[in-house]
Design a binder for this molecule. Structure first.
Ligand code: MF3
Ligand code: CO
Ligand code: CO
Length: 256
């Protein structure tokens, strides 16, 4: 799990250099597909329950499971890229939301709050804490900014299989739910909306969009529960996407 996590994190990190106005989501797919194979890994999304591509690319109002294609990224868009590798039978699942050119104030606030939601969710994990603590921590933080937490998609256990128990809700109640135990591996992958939490799935049976067409962002890591905290198996260098251009905003969130 450590090895596949590192490889998936490396692929997602390399996507950063690709993102600019004018590229298509198909080009992101081509890069992720080839980079995955270069590492000796397999792209888990390809043919997973009929998914037709090697990565999910979710632009603006797309909450998750966007299918790469001819859509051209435009200045001011946000795009989540969700990479899952299989290496020696194990899965590593990680995503980040990237800015295409310069984001609007709204987009930047949503994306930075969502990035922090993942970090806060991870921060409450340790042997003996409760599954509900993760959702409670994320929900409190997101809602304090007036944003909403998507209910219809959740994090998941992961290992030899892509999606296993437990379901990791991004809303919850402190002290509730099963106890986390050292050695468990699962994802945390909050989807945060500017508008209501409701989603609808398009006729392609995959693309989930916000009910009101407003923006949604997501970040995801695969983590290992330890006696004292969590090991981020899909960690990568630097911050979780290309917003290191906005360090002042990131630090204002930490102190709020
Ligand atoms: N990577 C997604 C997750 O975080 C699952 C994508 S399933 C696919 O769970 F088929 F769309 F790839
Ligand atoms: Co996942
Ligand atoms: Co994922």
């Amino acid at each position: 799990m450590r090895v596949v996590g590192r490889l998936a994190g490396e692929t997602l990190y390399a996507v950063n250099d690709l993102i600019r106005p004018g590229i298509t989501t198909e080009e992101i797919n081509t890069f992720v597909h080839e980079d995955t194979l270069r590492k000796g890994a397999i792209p888990a999304p390809l043919n997973y329950r009929g998914f037709p591509k090697s990565v999910c690319t979710s632009v603006n109002e797309v909450v998750c499971h966007g299918i790469p294609g001819s859509r051209v990224l435009a200045e001011g868009d946000i795009v989540n890229v969700d990479v899952t590798h299989i290496y020696q039978g194990f899965h590593g699942d990680t995503s980040a939301t990237f800015y295409v050119g310069e984001p609007s104030e709204e987009a930047r606030k949503l994306v930075e709050v969502t990035r922090r939601c993942l970090e806060i969710g991870i921060s409450v994990v340790r042997d003996g804490s409760r599954l509900g603590d993760i959702g409670a921590a994320i929900q409190e933080f997101a809602e304090s900014f007036g944003f909403s937490v998507v209910r219809d998609f959740v994090g998941h256990g992961i290992g030899r299989r892509f999606h296993t128990e437990p379901m990791v809700s991004h809303v919850g109640t402190w002290g509730h739910g099963p106890k986390l135990r050292s050695g468990m591996t699962f994802t945390i992958e909050p989807m945060i909306n500017v508008g209501p939490p409701d989603v609808r799935v398009l006729a392609d049976d995959w693309t989930a969009v916000t009910i009101d067409g407003s923006l949604s962002a997501q970040f995801e890591h695969t983590i290992l529960v330890t006696d004292t905290g969590a090991e981020i198996l899909t960690a990568r260098p630097g911050l979780m996407s290309n917003s290191e251009r906005y360090p002042e905003f990131a630090s204002s969130l930490v102190s709020s």
